[in-house]
Design a protein around this ligand. Structure first.
Ligand SMILES: O=c1ccn([C@@H]2O[C@H](COP(=O)(O)O)[C@@H](O)[C@H]2O)c(=O)[nH]1
Length: 224
């Protein structure tokens, strides 16, 4: 069975990204390439990482007017990512056009509330209520707009899955028990996120910053 664990590769260095991915490739189901990697390495870097034979998740969190996002996604189509992110806060028209612009084999998922934010952070940006309320609201919008799923924390995935049983739920901000949260504010363990309905789990630093990334990935895999 394919592992639900996706490794977040957050480095601007292609050689470091390749070395890390090589070490853990048998214990992860895919590679998530983020802004840091993409800004430094572009399409060439993605092609190089795809040579490892794992699905590529392009986490660019696109957020702009509908036309600009659609054109950006058209420009990304040759990369054939398995998963691509946009921000749900871009609104219905942007989400609809994002999905329409993507290739048929690309799941377009909407970031709801970043896992680094809590209730006071939301208030700072003019959003009243809890992250849970906002995730449920934006998940309904993403579903309505025809997206494949959402990105949310493990604290909301159960409610989101209940409201959208066929959705694809990406859960970052997962930490092994006693793992360092770092800048993540809404964390759960990988096993909890999976049993609550996550489709895939995104893990970065607990693996990439470990002395032995392969062992760290295997230990997480063993808890699932
Ligand atoms: O809400 C979100 C959306 C995306 N991310 C990304 O996931 C990884 C998490 O890395 P860790 O080192 O395991 O914290 C990172 O690439 C983020 O950009 C997220 O954390 N939260």
């Amino acid at each position: 069975m394919t592992s639900p664990l996706y490794l977040a590769i957050d480095t601007p260095h292609l050689d470091a990204a390749q070395t890390l991915a090589q070490k853990v490739r048998h214990h992860v189901g895919g590679l998530k390439l983020g802004l840091e990697f993409f800004c430094a390495n572009g399409h060439h870097g993605v092609h190089e990482m795809a040579k490892l034979g794992l699905p590529i998740f392009l986490d660019l969190k696109l957020h702009d007017i509908p036309n600009t996002v659609a054109k950006a996604i058209q420009a990304l189509r040759p990369l054939e990512p398995a998963v691509l992110t946009v921000h749900a806060a871009g609104g219905r028209a942007m989400l609809e056009q994002a999905k329409a612009a993507a290739g048929l084999n690309t799941k377009v998922v909407a970031v709801t509330v970043l896992t680094s934010l809590d209730t006071p952070d939301l208030l700072d940006i003019g959003v009243g209520g809890t992250p849970h309320d906002q995730v449920v609201r934006l998940a309904a919008l993403a579903n309505d707009a025809g997206l494949d799923g959402i990105v949310c924390s493990g604290q909301e995935v159960k409610a989101a899955r209940a409201a959208w049983p066929g959705g694809f739920f990406v859960v970052p901000g997962v930490r092994p028990a006693n793992g360092k949260a770092g800048d993540q504010k809404r964390v759960v363990t990988p096993a909890q996120a999976l049993s609550d309905g996550a489709s895939i789990l995104v893990v970065g630093r607990p693996i990439s910053q470990s002395q032995d990334p392969d062992l760290a990935a295997r230990e997480i895999e063993a808890t699932l």
